[in-house]
Design a protein around this ligand. Structure first.
Ligand SMILES: [Zn+2]
Length: 329
């Protein structure tokens, strides 16, 4: 068998089942949308792309604190659900469970549930997604949160596959601020390329770690750059043979329902947790391209790390906690 044939035959994207999910359509407090952008515009682009590419029933996991100052953001959920998509719970303030005690974290879960109840109740499944995908730095905390979720009828919907699209946000915002169309196009192109490469390497890692490739729960965020590229991302995924499925179908697989038997405080998706449980880490996660992205449309103090770092400091004025930046390594 030639190397080329072997590569083609082994491409895990061919026939890969993927449930799309969208996080943080309201972004986060302390990280405003660029001028001219907002949840309505970005959701409209996503609804259009999902319809065109037959992507079924996409759950949106939005932290709700940004809607305190912008109650109109919530209106987007009516359009979202009218288009056949759904809503889950992603905490109110988007603080990692690592940085909070369980009671404070659960109050944040309940605060969001109150705001989103009518949309969650109208969705076929009650899904919860941990903020930053962080399930707690100690297994006992995870168990306590899971117990609360079970009592309140929620199931954790884990991210098994991501391509660091949020990390492209700061560069895109800089390019918009500078009105640099060429830079915007460059960020968009790199994001689409990175999406395919990351999904392929994570599916490959799942096959190595689990022995098979479970249906994937894929994450994209409600950012301006995601809205600008969603059409291309969906098209490229289909071109590579991916089959879009519902979250319910993905969540019928024990690898997704039960998850990896692995506790870490680090920023890892479920496939990375499976890999680390099996004793390996996945190459190029996070991808080296993020350093190139940071050199596009540079503005002093506006790197992704600086933007996120300032936002988390702002959250700490609302809820008493000490962030641990090293958790993102
Ligand atoms: Zn999130």
């Amino acid at each position: 068998m030639s190397a080329a044939t072997e590569t083609n035959a082994a491409d895990p994207l061919d026939g890969l089942k993927v449930a799309f999910t969208v996080d943080d359509q309201f972004q986060w407090t302390g990280i405003p949308f660029p001028a001219g952008y907002g949840p309505a515009r970005i959701a409209k682009a996503m609804i259009g792309a999902f319809a065109e590419h037959s992507v079924p029933g996409v759950y949106a996991f939005n932290s709700t604190a940004p809607a305190d100052d912008h109650p109109e953001y919530l209106d987007v959920l009516d359009d979202w659900m009218a288009a056949g998509h759904y809503v889950g719970n992603h905490t109110h303030q988007h603080i990692s469970l690592n940085w909070l005690d369980v009671d404070t974290y659960l109050r944040d879960v309940e605060a969001s549930e109150k705001i989103l109840r009518r949309w969650i109740d109208a969705s076929p499944s009650r899904y919860f997604r941990y903020s930053f995908g962080m399930e707690g730095d100690q297994v006992e905390k995870t168990v306590q949160v899971q117990t609360h979720l079970t009592k309140t009828g929620f199931l954790s919907n884990p991210v098994t596959c991501w391509f660091y699209d949020a990390q492209f946000m700061a560069a895109y915002h800089r390019a918009i601020a500078l009105n640099d169309r060429e830079a915007m196009a460059k960020v968009e192109d790199l994001l689409v390329e990175t999406a395919i490469d990351q999904i392929r390497r994570q599916a490959t890692a799942a096959r190595t770690a689990i022995g098979r490739i479970p249906p994937q729960l894929l994450l994209i965020h409600g950012t301006a750059v995601a809205g600008a590229t969603i059409e291309r991302v969906c098209g490229e995924l289909l071109r590579h043979g991916i089959e879009f499925i519902t979250s319910e179908e993905a969540m019928a697989d024990p690898a997704n329902v039960i998850g990896a038997p692995y506790t870490t405080r680090q920023f890892r998706n479920m496939t990375q947790k499976w890999a680390e449980y099996e004793g390996f880490s996945i190459d190029d996660m996070p991808p080296a391209v993020l350093a190139d992205v940071e050199r596009i449309a540079m503005i002093e103090g506006e790197s992704f790390d600086e933007v996120l770092g300032r936002a988390i400091q702002e959250w700490a004025t609302r809820v008493d906690f000490v962030p641990v930046p090293a958790d993102f390594h």
